[in-house]
Design a protein around this ligand. Structure first.
Ligand SMILES: N[C@@H](CCC(=O)N[C@@H](CS)C(=O)NCC(=O)O)C(=O)O
Length: 367
């Protein structure tokens, strides 16, 4: 029998939920290890350059960090039932939705966790037990409360300030209605097989929105098809299902693509513009960019939203643009025709201006 992989992550964690669902779907033998303080604060930074979860350790002893890297490595080793569609429109559409899910939804997930104190006891219990499994309960709780406080300190940088609560909540409810309507017609976003877009979206929808008591009660429980999708994502039949035939994009996903092209793209353009402004101010030898640049503003539903620009998002977009450029001429033409229908004919010609590489949770200029 093959030695198992190890997933160091928590059920509370956005990106751990994404990776857990993915490993289960791929039938990867793995141990689900709630990462403890020593591993998180000592081993993970030494092995990956960041204090972060999830991290996957392979049977060969490699420490994989970043959900895209984990997925790329596992896709090569477990080749059955690929989760990135091979047909051009579905491929680009799924990768765009993954980028949107990973990046746009972070403030949504953080908002619903940290604005409602009803969620705090679960966080403190789970995080405390995971961090210090052998410590007395009061010590666990005290450390978890310290971590929770630190997390709340990040809220303004991602735009979670009282003036923006209402626009965020209206946006989320509308989008969850759209997802509920979609999952009434199809088990996953692009068919009967989950794709990278489903795994992206389970990030906010599992650890935060379906598990924290307030959003679970108010957002997910009233939407039965969405709730059923969350359950399917966590208990998949390994390797089962297919993407829709003929490279079809389900029309019920239209509200998601409207959000990608009229809200997410303006956010990404804002980040690119902040990066352009920041580049001349960086010391010449410095290639690694700060995690957060200046504040940007962009449309969100019926309002606008302001938050710090995180250049990591541009690296996510670079992956999608690279995938588009790797298509053959016929594939690119098919994607272009779909984008023209979306009123987003220029979307794959988006110019980041520099080439980026990932370094832990940061990005750096490629030299
Ligand atoms: N983009 C990374 C993000 C991982 C990530 O942000 N993980 C969160 C927990 S869900 C974390 O550890 N954050 C620490 C931090 O932001 O400093 C991925 O796809 O793996």
């Amino acid at each position: 029998m093959q030695a198992p992989y190890i997933l160091h992550g928590w059920h509370l964690s956005f990106f751990s939920g994404k990776t857990r669902a993915y490993l289960r779907y791929k039938g990867v033998p793995f141990i689900d290890h709630p990462v403890d303080a020593r591993t998180l604060l000592w081993t993970v930074p030494r092995k990956t350059g960041a204090t972060v979860m999830p991290v996957v350790v392979t049977p060969e002893g490699e420490w994989l960090q970043d959900t895209k890297v984990i997925c790329e490595v596992i896709e090569q080793r477990f080749a059955q039932a690929p989760v990135t569609p091979s047909t051009p429109r579905q491929r680009i559409a799924a990768m765009l939705l993954e980028a949107w899910a990973d990046e746009w939804w972070i403030p949504v997930a953080m908002h619903y966790r940290w604005v409602y104190p009803e969620n705090y006891p679960l966080f403190e219990a789970d995080a405390g037990r995971a961090l210090l499994p052998r410590a007395p309960a009061f010590v666990q709780k005290r450390l978890a409360a310290y971590v929770a406080n630190k997390m709340r300190g990040y809220l303004p940088a991602v735009g979670i300030v009282p003036e923006q609560y209402a626009v965020m909540e209206r946006w989320t409810e509308r989008m969850l209605d759209a997802l509920d309507a979609h999952f009434a017609t199809l088990p996953f976003l692009f068919g009967t097989r989950p794709s990278v877009a489903d795994f992206g979206l389970i990030g906010p929808l599992y650890g935060h929105l379906s598990r924290d008591p307030y959003p679970k009660r108010v957002l997910v429980e009233p939407r039965p098809h969405l709730r059923a999708w969350v359950e399917r994502m966590n208990a998949p039949q390994a390797g089962a299902g297919e993407f829709l035939a003929d490279d079809a994009i389900p029309p019920t996903l239209q509200p998601l693509f409207d959000a990608v092209f009229t809200e997410f793209y303006p956010m990404v353009e804002g980040i690119r513009d902040e990066l352009r402004k920041a580049l001349p101010t960086l010391p010449p030898a410095r290639k690694r960019l700060p995690r957060v640049l200046g504040m940007i503003e962009f449309p969100m539903g019926d309002g606008r939203y302001r938050r710090g620009a995180m250049p990591y998002t541009l690296w996510m977009m670079q992956r999608v643009l690279d995938a588009y450029r790797a298509l053959d001429a016929e594939g690119r033409a098919s994607v272009d025709a779909w984008l023209a229908e979306q009123d987003a004919a220029e979307a794959m010609r988006f110019d980041i201006g520099v080439r980026l590489k990932r370094a832990g949770l940061h990005v750096a200029l490629e030299s």
